[in-house]
Ligand binder design. Structure first.
Ligand code: SF4
Length: 347
């Protein structure tokens, strides 16, 4: 019997998030890869109090009675880039749900260059717990090519200010940006890890209709990462963050109607189960490293029942790879409740 531990997906970091989308609101310009309206299907406008409460109540009804940390999230734009009155208005509407005890706190995403003391002072009056920074890259050349309009130093300063005020910090990074490559993405990963955020999200760059990147793609000036290469790169970043004890709460874009349309998503490494592909590759790597020292033509692999599909891979891909690579006749995957979620046992 050979045992192997696997760094497991973030288990404890799972608040129930109620997203209120504000596509492109507060953005100083449009970054080359972005088309939030296409992704979210929402219109570009500040929602009315009625729209906000309808959206939040719909999610709260769906959540049911389960006890779990609940947060209202303002996503899809640059929250701290809004006019100060609009920031206060949106936070006020969300805070009503916190006062009623139905929601624990508020979170939002924003650009690093929108973080300063003046704007953070506004937040003091409201129950904001978590701030996500759209960092995307820590390479200034890549940031300039993506027309982000901020630098890596802006991100470092923003993280310092947020830490001083004890916010929970999330960092969003992208792979496959124009001018970036595998080494560049790992460089970004290392610099993000050094800043010690509470969690990260890793998004692949896809080509969305209506973005400047779509024009570059059509002219042959931008080539997206192939899916397999992107999965392996994101896996390496995931392992890097896990080694540094940083939760990775998302890998891949959230599936949405917009992204499933060919007319919206022109090209790129989009897969509705992108994260599952990454975890499957991690389980495959572990099984391969065990089997390299153990030859047998019939084996069984025991995993926690939650990880059966990750071990099998999409459409049994991992099983077929292992059979071919090690000339194994039969592989049985056995669920074993006694195993921790990060364990793999080969018999
Ligand atoms: S990536 Fe963020 S900052 Fe850039 S346009 Fe999109 S929402 Fe705005």
């Amino acid at each position: 019997m050979i045992l192997s531990g696997i760094q497991n997906p973030a288990r404890d970091y799972r608040p129930f998030i109620i997203p209120v989308f504000l596509p492109h609101i507060g953005c100083p310009h449009k970054c080359v890869f972005c088309n939030q309206t296409a992704i979210t299907g929402e219109k570009r406008k500040i929602p009315s109090p009625g729209e906000i409460s309808l959206c939040i109540n719909r999610f709260l009804d769906y959540k049911g009675e389960k006890r779990r940390r609940v947060q209202i999230a303002f996503y899809g734009g640059n929250f701290l880039g809004l006019k100060q009155d609009d920031i206060r208005y949106l936070l006020h509407e969300a805070a009503k749900f916190v006062t009623e005890g139905r929601v624990e706190s508020i979170r939002f995403s924003t650009r690093p260059d929108s973080i300063d003391d003046e704007r953070l002072d506004i937040l003091k009056e409201f129950p904001v717990a978590t701030i996500e920074l759209g960092v995307q890259s820590m390479d200034d050349r890549v940031l300039a090519m993506s027309r982000r309009g901020h630098t890596a130093v802006d991100t470092e300063k923003a993280v310092c200010l947020l830490k001083e005020r004890n916010y929970e910090i999330g960092i969003q990074m992208m792979v496959g940006l124009p001018g970036d490559d595998e080494a560049g993405a790992l460089f970004t990963g290392r610099r993000i890890a050094e800043m010690k955020p509470d969690f990260v999200r890793i998004y692949p760059t896809v080509v969305l209709d209506g973005s400047l990147l779509a024009d570059w793609y059509k002219k042959g000036e931008y080539v997206p990462l192939p899916l397999e290469q992107c999965v392996t790169l994101v896996k390496n970043l995931y392992l890097l963050f896990k080694k540094n004890r940083i939760n990775v709460i998302r890998m891949g874009l959230q599936a949405s109607e917009g992204l499933d349309k060919e007319s919206t998503m022109l090209a790129g490494p989009y897969h509705p189960s992108f994260g599952a592909l990454v975890y499957s590759e991690i389980f495959l790597d572990k099984a391969v490293s065990i089997l390299e020292s153990k030859k047998n033509d019939m084996i069984s692999i025991k995993v926690n029942p939650k990880n059966i599909s990750k071990m099998r891979g999409l459409k049994n891909r991992n099983i077929e790879i292992l059979k071919t690579k090690f000339h194994i006749r039969s592989i049985e995957i056995i669920p074993d409740m006694t195993l921790a979620e990060d364990m793999l046992v080969v018999d």
